[in-house]
Structures are given as structure tokens and as C-alpha cells.
Design a protein around this ligand. Structure first.
Ligand code: PGA
Length: 241
């Protein structure tokens, strides 16, 4: 595990964007999976700027959307599709991207279609993940099963209460659809990213306490090519080893 601690969020974002761009340049035409959420937004801004400067071609890889709130579509503020379209996908050829549709009631079919998309691109080569306040990654909530593929999940209470920050109001979200952690873990490269003091305890639990499905991010500790990108605040409880 490689841990990089940036001075602040800006540093963290620039360094993370460089890792993503490096991967895209090194492994064109492979499939990448980039998390939505607030944490990666700075890295996405930087990636878009890198593309404008001709430093990376974001349409040279394929994309699998990590997760979505069931009941919310791309036009709903704060949905994963809405956030990703706005931050990144708007500068990428549409046919390169597959996402979950939170408005489609046939979640099983959506899961199978996403699994087929992943298989048909030879699996995921690179995964960027944030860490939730409860240690979740995507919607792999505490207690997540170890199954390959995609599934729907009842949202954890912590996830429901944190969700307001995305929607600007309280919405009755109860269910998520997600790529499962085992499929994400099978990527050649994984980047875990976290920022801010409020994440420090869960970052510590994810990286320096026992691996447990109750803290899904901890299941990545022994990934053979894991980079953990933190700012000083998120890293404040990490003990140097
Ligand atoms: P955040 O979300 O980046 O908005 O903090 C992380 C997550 O819940 O996975």
C-alpha cells in the first residue's frame, strides 16, 4: 500500500488527477471506474483542464459508473449521474460510458448489463474510490457481501443521513445500486481518496485496523497495487509505520 499525504485538498486533487491521467495514457482502451461524491471533484476538474491542455485524452478509455441512488435519474441534482455528467462525462464521448439508471425499476437487468459491460472490456483496469463516513465504497455498505458483480442494497443509516449534502434537501432514498467490491478489487490499480478531518477516524479504521466487511474500505488493504491519497486532515490519525 502506497500512502501519499498532500498538504491540502488542492494538492491531493492534482496528485490524484496525475495518477488517473497516467493510467489512461498507459492503458488506453481499458475500462476505468471513477467514483462520484464530493471528494474526487477537484481531481476531475484537474483532469478536464489536462484534457484542454492536450495532456490526456479522456475518451481513450471506457467508463463504468460505480453506483447510483435508486429512484434518482441524471436530471436529479446530486444523483451520481448528475454529478459525474457535470464534473467529467460532459467532455467524454457518450458511447464510452455506461452508468446505472436509478429510474429504471428493473435493477436486476441493469446489474446484468453492467456486469456484461465490465466483462466485455476485460474487467476494470483502474478504480478510484472515495471512503464514506461509515467506511463504504460505492454502495458497498457495512456488512457488504463478498460476491462478484453488481447488486442493489438497502442503504445504511449513515449513508442516508449524509446524503443530504448532495441533494441540498432531505430525500427519501432507501436503496442503492452498485458495482460490488470484489469486482472493484479485481482492478489492476485501485486508488482510495479521502479528504477532511471528519473522515480521519474512518480512514484510520480502513487503513490501520483489522480488515472487516463492516468497514468495506478496509477490504482493500492487501490489494497489490493500492494507492491511498489523503490530505493532512484525513491523515491526521494515521500512525507512521
Ligand atoms: P464523499 O463521499 O466523497 O462525498 O465524501 C464518499 C463516499 O461516500 O463514498
Amino acid at each position: 500500500m502506497y500512502i501519499k499525504i498532500g498538504r491540502d485538498y488542492n494538492d491531493l486533487s492534482i496528485d490524484t488527477a496525475k495518477i488517473i491521467a497516467g493510467h489512461i495514457r498507459a492503458m488506453p482502451n481499458t475500462l476505468v471506474c471513477l467514483a462520484a461524491g464530493n471528494t474526487p471533484l477537484g481531481a476531475f476538474r484537474e483532469l478536464v483542464a489536462m484534457q484542454e491542455r492536450g495532456e490526456v485524452d479522456l475518451s481513450s478509455v471506457w467508463y463504468a459508473g460505480l453506483d447510483e441512488w435508486v429512484g434518482l435519474g441524471p436530471d436529479d441534482e446530486g444523483s451520481c449521474a448528475n454529478v459525474m455528467n457535470d464534473a467529467l462525462y460532459k467532455v467524454i464521448q457518450k458511447e464510452r460510458i455506461r452508468i446505472f439508471d436509478g429510474l429504471d425499476s428493473d435493477s436486476d437487468r441493469q446489474c446484468r448489463e453492467m456486469e456484461n459491460w465490465i466483462k466485455s472490456h476485460g474487467g476494470i483496469s483502474f478504480t478510484l474510490l472515495g471512503i464514506g463516513m461509515n467506511g463504504h465504497i460505492g454502495f458497498n455498505e457495512p456488512g457488504t457481501p463478498d460476491v462478484d458483480g453488481c447488486f442493489t442494497v438497502a442503504l445504511d443509516d449513515v449513508t442516508k443521513s449524509v446524503s443530504k449534502k448532495y441533494f441540498g434537501k432531505e430525500l427519501p432514498v432507501t436503496t442503492g445500486i452498485t458495482i460490488g467490491w470484489r469486482t472493484l478489487f479485481n482492478a489492476q490499480s485501485v486508488v482510495l481518496m479521502s479528504s477532511g478531518k471528519d473522515k480521519a477516524p474512518i480512514v484510520k479504521a480502513a487503513l490501520q485496523e483489522s480488515q472487516t466487511p463492516n468497514v468495506p474500505a478496509s477490504l482493500f488493504q492487501n490489494h497489490s497495487n493500492l494507492s491511498v491519497m489523503l490530505d493532512n486532515d484525513a491523515a491526521s490519525l494515521i500512525v507512521p509505520i
